[in-house]
Ligand binder design. Structure first.
Ligand code: ST9
Ligand code: ZN
Ligand code: ZN
Length: 334
């Protein structure tokens, strides 16, 4: 059987397509029948329960839960979201800016609220996602379809290439941070307290919400954050324009950006992954995370913000863009 060329790494790792073919044809591609997907039934059951619980939470919001419980859930959605976007993603996985310890502690707290596993594990998978994008070594390889990239990858064992190539990913910067070491070490205690007990207890204590309403609406909050995050891996790798690089699949997706606090500008992000804004603009409309980081920089908590010059963007747009850059009216930054 011919090797599946589309699942070998491209771009940053190699100079030419010939080199790619010569060096990176994973052996298992020759014998696909030998690899069976190993489903993880514990995760399948838990995610089905979670999504049913979230639907019940929505039902309760319409049939008796306090409006304050709704606002509380939306507030936590934003906080947990920042723990992923400003924290795990832009600060830790990409090092696109630096943060003083109070901000790192706050973002670690927010990140634990989002319950997407410890930052060091999240960042390890995400560095793989960029380095080996859309190959077998990408944990949520979007070439395996929308469902796999969205949630399927969390319902089965990882492809052996992820574990094999992942051994070479440098995480020393993350393990050097005592706050991240603390989160990783105590994750199984911290996560239930911060992501479930605290969000349920506050409405019960402060405005006499029932346990059922508070708990189920929090499940809705958690599920919403998860799906907003997962859409970046699925929808934003499939649907949208490619103004910066038409040779990759990640795309500019405004709906995902709105839901995911600025993370749907994914063609830009995969082209310039070191930019703390993860986009050219939209800072105060579809990129709340960039506005948050700017504010943190103003009060001295964030510094060394990395970005991309307009000139470099312009050259890249001309060289590899799909011609849609002008259509979006980009150029007048807000
Ligand atoms: C969740 C994460 O939902 C979502 C991440 C999405 C990322 C999106 C990125 C997009 C950009 C940012 C957008 C943000 C938008 C935010 C919007 C907010 C409004 N390298 O993993 P295991 C090795 S989590 C190297 O168990 P299995 C390693 O030795 C949801 N090595 O693999 C490891 O041992 P250790 C809640 C690696 O057994 C060992 O393998 N969490 C790598 O195949 C075992 O690792 C869950 O539901 C690597 N990359 O199991 C848990 N990976 O760790 C879900 C693994 O000790 N996860 N190794 O070093 C699991 O249950 C399992 O991981 C599994 C795979 C079943 C999926
Ligand atoms: Zn990224
Ligand atoms: Zn991506």
């Amino acid at each position: 059987m011919a090797p599946n060329i589309s699942s070998v790494p491209t771009g940053v790792l190699h100079e030419t397509d010939d080199e790619v073919l010569a060096t990176h044809v994973p052996p298992q591609l020759h014998k696909p029948e030998e690899r069976k997907m190993q489903l993880v039934w514990r995760n399948i059951i838990l995610f089905v329960y979670l999504h049913l619980g979230a639907l019940y939470g929505i039902y309760l919001l319409f049939t008796g839960a306090s409006i304050f419980t709704f606002f509380w859930a939306m507030f936590l959605y934003q906080c947990g979201g920042l723990g992923i976007t400003a924290g795990a993603h832009r600060l830790w996985a990409h090092k696109s800016y630096k943060a003083k310890w109070p901000l790192r502690a706050l973002l670690t707290f927010f990140n634990t609220l989002a319950f997407q596993d410890a930052v060091v594990d999240w960042a390890r998978d995400h560095r793989m996602h960029h380095k080996y994008s859309e190959t077998d070594a990408d944990p949520h390889n979007a070439k395996r379809g929308f469902f796999f990239a969205h949630v399927g990858w969390l319902l089965c064992r990882k492809h052996p290439e992820v574990k094999q190539k992942g051994k070479n990913i440098d995480l020393s910067d993350l393990y050097d941070d005592p706050i991240l070491r603390f989160q990783k070490k105590h994750y199984l205690i911290l996560m239930p307290l911060v992501s479930f007990v605290m969000p349920t207890a506050v409405p019960m204590i402060l405005w006499n919400e029932t346990f059922l309403n508070a708990f189920m609406v929090n499940l809705f909050r958690y599920t919403l954050t998860l799906n907003a995050t997962w859409l970046v891996n699925s929808a934003a790798h499939i649907f949208g324009d490619k103004p910066y690089d038409r040779f990759i699949n990640p795309s500019e997706n405004i709906s995902v950006s709105i839901l995911a606090m600025g993370e749907g500008w994914h063609n830009y992000h995969h082209t310039f992954p070191w930019d703390y804004k993860t986009s050219e603009l939209g800072k105060y409309t579809t990129n709340f995370t960039a506005a948050f980081i700017d504010f943190m920089a103003k009060i001295g908590q964030a510094y060394d913000l990395k970005s991309v010059s307009t000139e470099l963007i312009r050259k890249r747009v001309q060289r590899t863009g799909d011609g849609t850059h002008e259509l979006w009216g980009w150029g007048d930054k807000d």
